[in-house]
Design a protein around this ligand. Structure first.
Ligand code: ADP
Ligand code: MG
Length: 751
């Protein structure tokens, strides 16, 4: 460790972590940047960045580091590379461009060559980068009019009359700065703070640190800002990342422990008459994965504590039968079950697939008052609203189910709702609205939530409230969740995986279309498949349904396809603004094979199971996220025919993220691979609104990269909770967590 970091505790000037930034060093903290006397003082700017105390300052980790040993000579630079050079300003020229914009050109030299930096519309740059000063600059090496330049550069003046930090160590931190404060000022404040700060106490149990071979907090915090070498830095970062992940896992472990030990759930009869009948009458041979999942879910339902299972299975992996089996377990134990879907169309779809599976079990749709297979027309007058006597007698061993969506209205609705309240309806299938409306269950003990690709982590909470005590929850997700997320954000759930598709599934070929020729070929493909008796989907969806011009463009494109490109085909249109009844009508027609082509201007409503559909065209695929694209593609390849997905890509070549997404789609159909890719491309910050999810903000840890550390932190956190479930003996740790993550972890500790 370098000299300045000696322990100065006891000295009257000692700082504490909660001291205000102003106390670090008055002169530094009141420094103004920019032209003389303009701008706020540094501590005011920092406050605006959320940095109020010394503790905040130390948690403002460097964004990157300048490693002097990695500094290059100008003469050795290669075009296109990302480089750092240290050189002297030879000349600074400030002039106006033809468009009368200010342009400052700073020419640097280091003895091996010269290099230009250009600053547009920053006339003050000429005042900062004066001749003779030494600069450290990083950027991308480019060439303009034969001269080397550094583009997107970050320049920093070295030396001067202030203490020259760059020369104290080989690695210099670069902290995120902001308008009105330089990274240099921040670095000097951090340096000064660390110099005056006594040893920072470590809330982490020392046995744990020893066992994990981690640095102490004091060392880690000092070295993350001022490491002497790359190894020190790596160790410091490992410790700080561990803290973040450990916090997260501690909350998860705490919750899980509470759920499992303190609360009692319903011990269901997992195997019985109904589940046996289901398995005996399945129209297909279940996959090994399905059999295993049914058993795992059954075991969790049979346990006397509340179940929280995440059933993770790619589109088409056959989650429905697992869900139905779980519902039957609840029903054969004398209780009710509910299946929630995120949209009307999906709820209807579920009702149909569930009905098909329940046929052999002998289930009755309360509204149809007939066997599941014959979907008789609804309500024909009040006299007929009682069940016919023959079926009354059967009722003892037949079960009833009902669909409850916005499309179910009037008397039908009243009957379903009262049936749920009385307990004469055993199974309800509906949308999320079901839980928000005035629906009360007689005896709900299982909720199945189909989240599709939505990571709606806390919606299940609302549903749980519908049960009397603690009900069992089975969440189904069609977008495989990267392993790290399963261990963190979903970490208090037990994960059951369907990692196998039913045999005989045909592959899906995926291509990107960027030219007119490729577009024409895609349309030909539609004709060819329709000619062979197949059906096709075209999605022209507005990603942002609130964006009027996007919605209009999607609708115009749908019209154009219907009237100009495929006037000879039977086309159905599905609009986002259609009434639920009309949507149902369109979907029914398509499902029944009455339409060749379904053009949809809305994304989520496409969650349908039409095995005869073999083509999926996606307009403006560049606007969709990977999860959505994967979902859309999952609508095809569900039957016995080879299927094709074409992604129309209108993105600029420079839109690297869009290109990467589409490339990933053409490379693989494996949902797990795509999920990992998605996490890498987007980062967890965008995947989750951390504020909303209530999860602590991860500053250093990256779930996509830190699987190993996640596992270590998780194991330690779970051990700790096993030993000390209420964290009685670890108050310091809890206080530290509360302090650092504030309300963001509140929910973790108050399950
Ligand atoms: P998911 O909900 O996981 O996307 P579904 O449960 O909707 O999948 O099943 C997709 C399709 O595959 C349905 O048509 C279903 O009947 C069928 N299916 C499910 N399991 C099997 C199986 N083991 N063998 C053959 N077909 C199956
Ligand atoms: Mg499904």
């Amino acid at each position: 460790m370098v000299e300045p970091f000696t322990d100065v505790s006891g000295s009257p000037s000692a700082l504490a972590l909660d001291s205000p930034v102003l106390h670090v060093d008055r002169k530094l903290a009141t420094r103004r940047t920019g032209l003389r006397d303009k701008g706020e003082e540094a501590h005011v700017i920092l406050a605006g960045m959320g940095i109020l105390t010394v503790g905040d300052l130390l948690r403002h980790y460097p964004r990157r580091y300048i490693d002097r040993s990695a500094v290059e000579r100008i003469g050795d630079l290669r075009l296109g590379e990302q480089a750092t050079v240290i050189a002297r300003v030879q000349k600074t020229v400030n002039r106006l461009t033809r468009r009368r914009q200010s342009m400052v050109t700073v020419t640097l030299a280091d003895g091996s060559g010269t290099l230009d930096l250009t600053f547009f519309n920053q006339p003050w740059a000429a005042g900062i980068y004066k001749e003779g000063l030494e600069l450290a600059v990083s950027g991308t090496v480019t060439r303009y009019r034969g001269r080397l330049q550094l583009a997107n550069q970050e320049a920093e003046v070295l030396g001067g009359d202030e203490r020259d930090l760059v020369h104290t160590g080989r690695i210099t931190p670069v902290h995120r700065a902001s308008e009105g404060i330089t990274t240099r000022t921040i670095r000097e404040l951090v340096f000064s703070a660390l110099e005056r700060l006594p040893t920072i106490p470590d809330p982490m149990p020392s046995e744990l640190l020893d066992a994990e071979g981690l640095d102490g907090l004091d060392i880690a915090l000092r070295r993350v800002h001022f490491p002497e070498d790359a190894e020190q830095l790596a160790r410091a970062i490992e410790r700080l990342k561990f803290d973040e992940l450990f916090t997260l896992e501690l909350g998860v472990a705490f919750r899980k422990h509470r759920l499992e030990s303190e609360r009692t759930g319903v011990a269901h009869q997992a195997e019985g008459e109904l589940t046996a009948r289901l398995l005996a009458t399945l129209p297909f041979e279940p996959t090994k994965a399905q059999t295993r999942a049914i058993e795992e879910v059954g075991a969790a339902m049979a346990a006397g504590r509340p179940m929280n299972v995440l059933l993770q299975g790619d589109v088409g992996s056959g989650k429905t039968v697992v869900a139905v089996s779980a519902c039957l377990s609840a029903i054969q134990s004398g209780h009710q079950a509910a299946v929630m879907a995120p949209t009307e169309v999906l709820a209807t779809q579920h009702a149909i697939s569930v009905a098909a599976l329940l046929e052999g079990v002998g289930a009755i749709d309360v509204l149809d008052r007939g066997p599941a297979s014959s979907r008789a027309p609804h309500g024909q007058g009040s006299l007929l609203e009682e069940l016919p006597p023959a079926q009354h007698e059967q009722e003892g061993d037949s079960i009833t189910y009902a669909l409850l969506t916005a499309a179910v209205t009037g008397k039908d609705r009243a009957r379903v709702v009262s049936g749920i309240a009385e307990g004469s309806v055993d199974l309800v299938i509906g949308t999320h609205a079901l839980v928000q409306e005035a629906v009360s269950f007689a005896d709900l003990t299982l909720a199945v939530i189909d989240e599709q690709h939505r990571f709606g982590l806390h919606q299940r909470m609302a549903l749980k409230g519908k049960g009397d005590g603690e009900i069992d929850v089975l969440i189904m997700t069609a977008t495989p969740i990267p392993r790290t997320l399963a261990l963190t954000y979903y970490g208090d759930l037990d994960v059951v995986v369907l990692d196998e598709l039913p045999a005989g599934r045909q592959p899906i070929g995926t291509a990107a279309a960027r030219s007119e020729e490729e577009r024409a070929a895609a349309y030909d493909l539609v004709r060819r498949e329709v000619g062979a008796g197949r059906q096709a989907f075209v999605v022209c969806a507005a990603i942002d349904e609130g964006n009027r011009s996007q919605v209009r463009a999607a609708e115009a494109e749908a019209e154009r396809l219907a009237t100009e490109i495929f006037p000879d085909l039977h086309v159905e249109l599905l609009h986002g603004r259609m009434r639920p009844k009309d949507k149902d009508r369109v979907m029914d027609a398509f499902r029944a094979g009455h339409a060749d082509l379904l053009i949809s201007t809305t994304v989520i409503e496409v969650g349908v199971d039409v095995p005869n559909a073999t083509v999926m065209l996606v307009e403006n695929a560049e606007r969709f996220g990977l999860a959505q694209l994967h979902q859309l593609r999952g609508r095809i390849g569900r039957g016995e025919h080879v299927s094709y997905c074409v992604l129309f890509d209108e993105s600029e070549e420079t839109n690297q993220d869009a290109r990467a997404r589409i490339e990933a789609m053409t490379r693989t159909t494996d949902g797990f691979e795509l999920a990992d890719e998605d996490l890498k491309l987007r980062g967890e910050g965008t995947l989750f609104d951390t504020k909303q999810s209530g999860m602590p903000d991860l500053k250093l840890a990256r779930l996509a990269d830190d699987l190993d550390l996640v596992k270590r932190a998780r194991a330690r956190a779970f051990d700790l909770i096993d030993d000390d479930p209420d964290l009685e003996d670890h108050r310091a740790l809890v206080d530290e967590l509360r302090d650092r993550f504030e309300d963001s972890i509140a929910w973790l500790f108050s399950a």
